[in-house]
Design a protein. Sequence first.
Length: 455
Amino acid sequence: MRLRLPLLRALLGLAASVVTLAAAPRPNLIVILTDDQSCRAVGYENPEVLTPRIDALARGGTILTRAFAASPICAASRASLMTGLYPQQHGLIALQTAAFAPYRRGGARAAQALAVRLAEAGYATGFFGKSHLGVPAEYGFSAGREMGYDSAPMFAAAAEFVRAQRAAGRPYFLWIAPHEPHVPLYPEPEWLDRYPRDSVSLPANYRREPTAESLNNQGLPGERLHRDTGYRRNLGEVSAGPPRDEGTMRAFTRAYYAVTSRLDAEVGRLGDFLRKSGEIERTVVFFLSDNGYHLGSHGLGNKITMHEESVRIPCFVWGAGVPAGRRSDALVSSLDLYPTLLELGGASPPPTAPAGRSLVPLWTESLPWPRQVVYSECVGVGGKPGQGHRMARDQRWKLVLSDADEEFLFDLATDPHELRNLRGDASAASELQRLRGELADWMRQQRDRPYPSTL
């Protein structure tokens, strides 16, 4: 049987890329994971935000403009990054960090942990920053420690780790997890002064407080809880949650951007070190956030919902073999980081197959990216498996199933701020049916709650 010429060319190209990757020396691997960074809190997406050093690194690599968190809440998201699985697969939902015990040393699923896989492949493993999952040494990191809010000593310690491994001639896997721009927000004047009081704009979907729709709930099913209303450990004691008038929202956002700029300086120092030492020639760096963040969009603070501001994250790849100056709109999940690192590191397959796919083809191949729909889930704080919000999103349309089993359908091409629910619009009926089927199938695969049959 003869292969068609286009198919033959595609297969030959795929084989060539695999051979090239296998023949290349294994790169060092660095992950910079920020905390609660909005997709619009980075200069290459929003020029109002002053992150020149991050912008330069991003433009020197490949920016992934449509990257989404597997779960827009801290601990569950981080557990997904470390296991390659959705929260209801790995068992840590919301902030229930005790549920990560099976992945720690001596646990039944410890071999699934990302750092364990790479250590077995010969990598020195180092962790510096915020864990949220317990002591890093308990889940595969042989060096480093959890560190406090100040990112300067964190990045300095990370650089020392790199120097030590370079001297030893050993490949390394380095995870840096700064706290910024998570609250509390107390930027020093040198950073705050970069943002004049009237320079900060509000999003087009800003509201003083949220509507009562279930889509906006950040609590348990049936609640209408909007988080961080009472949280005031910020500059000027401004609230991190609703209700917030325009002045309060601008003051909060100004402080949020200022601590992001402070982080930018530390990321830039690391980039300078990697370049000047020559390390970047054999290192791949991944930059992303654990989840997004509401800066007054829809009247909200915090995250947890399935709005773009909550679930979409800044993300780029920079370093050895990664094309510079490229922007990709491929639908990417944070779960893709796990198989990407295993492939680059030549690690053996984990006990449980990861839910994501390797990103390596995005910069080594010209074939179309196969993912057509990206998913996310979030069980609210104190919730149980099966509860919470779910999302299925393609390049144009997004379907959200809220914690109250209500559907919200958005056409992101004409409504990027998600202000008009088209669930009952006859012109969108076919899109609703299509994404409903996609989301129902995915939830079934996750052994999630059944998709409501009454919808």
